[in-house]
Design a protein around this ligand. Sequence first.
Ligand code: NAD
Ligand code: DAU
Length: 355
Amino acid sequence: MESKPILVTGGAGFIGSNFILQWLAAESSPVFNLDKLTYAGNPGNLESAACDPGYRFIHGDIADREMVSALLSGQKPRAIVHFAAESHVDRSIHGPDEFVRTNVNGTFNLLEEVRAYWTQLASPDREQFRFLHVSTDEVYGSLGADDPAFSELTAYAPNSPYSASKAASDHLVRAYHHTYGLPTLTTNCSNNYGPFQFPEKLIPLVILNALSGKAIPVYGEGQNVRDWLYVADHCEAVRTVLAQGKPGETYNIGGRNEKRNLEIVQIICDLLDELRPDASITPRRKLISFVRDRPGHDRRYAIDARKIERELGWRPRETFETGIRKTVEWYLSHDAWTRAVTSGQYRQWLAKQYS
Ligand code: NAD
Ligand code: DAU
């Protein structure tokens, strides 16, 4: 195994844990995981990595500069892949404070400590070092039905406290490259789905509610459009950018899978009717319940991924049809995981958001 590790932040969350599991299967260097274990962080996602000599977990906050400094000088990572964030739009509407604290101040503190660490590296480690910042397409705002998809040149226009906090962190990362020369890479990805996604997000929430015959909340008229990407494809894209991306550049990542929310919900209902027939609740489409819309709800997101495809040769492996079937099957076969994450705290969130 190549000796120099990478450091992942937020690796106990949905995308981070998929990334670490893929990294351990595909790459030869160790991976350290710094995670605060908020409600969204789940060490159980990485159970299968626990005994892997290439994996180590560190419980901590990216905003804790002393701890981050000691971690960097002690472990000497060759790269940082920064996933840690507050990630749920609806939570940012109820309580934006944590979003500014982690996404803005936390990223700033991390950048400061990474800059201090990187500055004292000797050649060639200094030239080879990378800081990869994982961001979102939501920083670009909302598209009209006929607008072209977001490219790397689209102007930022964030609309929710979540996307504003991510946009702020993107700008800080950009400035650290421009001003200090820190070798940064930024990725802006569309909506992910797949194993280990916390059921506050649309797809796992619909799977679990439809499975147990509960009402399926669809905001507004269900006509908002998202561009869906299977999480393993996002993780491969991040690995590709880390290996081949040009410092200072940003790369949009997406799967050309634009769908209206109502269509997503109907597909999941039909899949569950097929895979888990239950006369008392089929057809599950009858569980669909239109509820109050999200304030400031962005109408449409769509990613133009031609840059990463052209320059780095990345392409998604899954279509929406193959990815959603894998995802539904994963939730059906991971009942213990689901039971563990849908305990007390989760129920309090549902009561607050959907009552
Ligand atoms: P998540 O909410 O599932 O996981 C976030 C992780 O970060 C958790 O493990 C949490 O414990 C950790 N964390 C939060 N605050 C922290 C702090 N202060 N210090 C250390 N760890 C902390 O999020 P996700 O859906 O896996 O998203 C990961 C990243 O990808 C985020 O930056 C998000 O903005 C971005 N992103 C997500 C999507 C998506 O569809 N989920 C799409 C594009 C980009
Ligand atoms: O686009 C990338 C972003 O995708 C990421 O940056 C975010 O971290 C991630 O949470 C996701 O944001 P969205 O707001 O698009 O995802 P969410 O799953 O919350 O909602 C998807 C769509 O479904 C959105 O239009 C709102 C709608 N929705 C959501 C929930 C939770 C419903 O209709 N009902 C619901 O109960």
